[in-house]
Design a protein around this ligand. Structure first.
Ligand code: UDP
Length: 253
């Protein structure tokens, strides 16, 4: 991490470093601090750049979406924001799935099935990928999840229900600000509760993990700007934050 860390909170032990975030032990047992870096990767980290200001924007956008989802009854790991790059979150046992929701054909779906990019799907599509960088996150079916025991049938049913509800909420949030929610990726985890265990939404929701197109111009406002060398990635993320009504003073952190 190469930027000015003067805003950062004193933290516990680093427990994990991912491509775009770092996790530290939190102040209380069962909590973590999720730190948003400017590192930007694509194609399983073959392409890597530091995009100044990206981490701060992703934190703000993700915080906003997680708060809106909580208000709609979706349980999430988000507790509070501690600094422009740090969130206090609930520690969860991450289920090793990337759950992708799609409304419009793009990315790997277009390649796999020979669709035209931009075709609206007959209804929202849910897909599962096995979260394993060494394998390149392969597409899997529900039966793979059952056979290999990555989560129980009840947990999977809950994950699908939550993913569809999250999609409905997010389509509306973005539509109101002139953005088409093409697709996005979710991660879920389990936490202990009074009834045993429950599923909560974890990780982040940001233009790193969503495809967002301007409704009028179809301009890409997400990480495809980086993947496809279109330039202006951070400006596009800033534009997403501004349209959502988030502070425009977030660029200098
Ligand atoms: N996605 C992600 N992390 C991944 C793979 C995909 O956040 O490791 C997101 C991606 O940004 C897009 C959606 O999931 O919004 C669907 O991605 P797709 O399967 O089309 O793969 P890609 O074309 O990004 O490789």
């Amino acid at each position: 991490m190469s930027h000015d860390m003067s805003h950062d909170t004193p933290k516990g032990r680093q427990i994990y470093e991912g491509k775009a975030k770092v996790l530290f032990e939190g102040p209380e047992p069962g909590t973590l601090i999720q730190y948003f870096k400017d590192d930007t990767t694509a194609f399983n980290a073959e392409k890597h750049e530091i995009m100044a200001g990206k981490g701060v924007l992703n934190l703000r956008i993700s915080e906003y979406i997680f708060s809106r989802l909580e208000a709609s009854g979706v349980p999430t790991h988000f507790i509070e924001t501690l600094s422009p790059r740090e969130q206090l979150v609930r520690q969860a046992e991450i289920i090793p799935l990337e759950v992708v929701m799609r409304n419009v054909a793009a990315g790997s779906l277009v390649k796999r099935l020979g669709l035209n990019e931009g075709e609206t799907l007959p209804r929202p599509l849910v897909e599962f990928y096995y979260k394993d960088d060494a394998l390149g996150d392969p597409l899997i079916s529900e039966d793979h999840i059952a056979v290999f025991g990555w989560c129980s049938a009840d947990e999977l049913a809950e994950i699908v229900t939550l993913a569809r509800k999250i999609n409905d909420c997010m389509v509306e949030i973005f539509e109101k600000v002139g953005i088409r929610l093409v697709d996005f990726k979710l991660e879920f985890g389990r936490v202990a509760d009074d009834m045993g265990q429950k599923i909560i939404l974890a990780d982040e929701i940001s233009p790193d993990s969503c495809r967002l197109w301007d409704i009028e111009s179809n301009e890409k406002m997400d990480k495809d700007r980086f993947r496809q060398n279109l330039g202006g990635m951070v400006d596009a993320y800033q534009q997403v934050a501004e349209r959502l009504g988030l502070a425009s003073d977030i660029k200098d952190n």
